[in-house]
Design a binder for this molecule. Structure first.
Ligand code: 4NP
Length: 145
């Protein structure tokens, strides 16, 4: 049974905290967390433009703080969900020997055709568009559990 889900992106200040914020509201019975593959923003709250875009939808993600994913997360979570292929490769590089925790991409659960990654709004500036995609995929993820 999937009861603990970790969302992972590069910096843990835009996409994965947004996914955590969306999913913990949608599925409060699931334990959710997020982490980054990189360590640049460890300890910081979500990027202010992402906090504002989430806040406009009634999602308060100001309590979240960035951390870096570690091999121990493979034992702590039942499912690890990345945002793009680069995240997935970086996550897989940390997998402990013998661990079988599934690692998927959030877009696998989105009903939109032809989308294979969550674009990084830190670079595109499209915080609202990314939240639309994350909300759709989060509903799909919930339905898949
Ligand atoms: P995220 O976006 O992976 O969605 O949190 C990023 C935020 C910051 C950086 C990279 C990605 N950065 O390189 O500082």
């Amino acid at each position: 049974m999937t009861t603990r889900i970790l969302f992972v992106c590069l910096g843990n200040i835009c996409r994965s905290p947004a996914a955590e914020g969306v999913f913990r509201t949608l599925a409060p019975e699931i334990e959710t967390d997020s982490a980054g593959t990189g360590d640049w923003h460890v300890g910081k709250p979500p990027h202010p433009p992402m906090q504002r875009a989430a806040g406009a939808r009634g999602l308060d993600i100001s309590d979240l703080r960035a951390r870096q994913i570690s091999p121990a997360d493979f034992d702590r979570f039942d499912l690890i969900v990345g945002m793009d292929a680069s995240n997935r490769a970086d996550i897989e590089a940390l997998r402990p020997a013998g661990n079988a925790t599934p690692v998927t991409l959030l877009t696998q659960y989105a009903p939109r055709a032809g989308i294979d990654h969550v674009p990084d709004p830190y670079f595109t500036g499209d915080f609202d568009g990314v939240l639309d995609l994350i909300e759709e995929a989060a509903r799909g993820l919930r339905a898949s559990l």
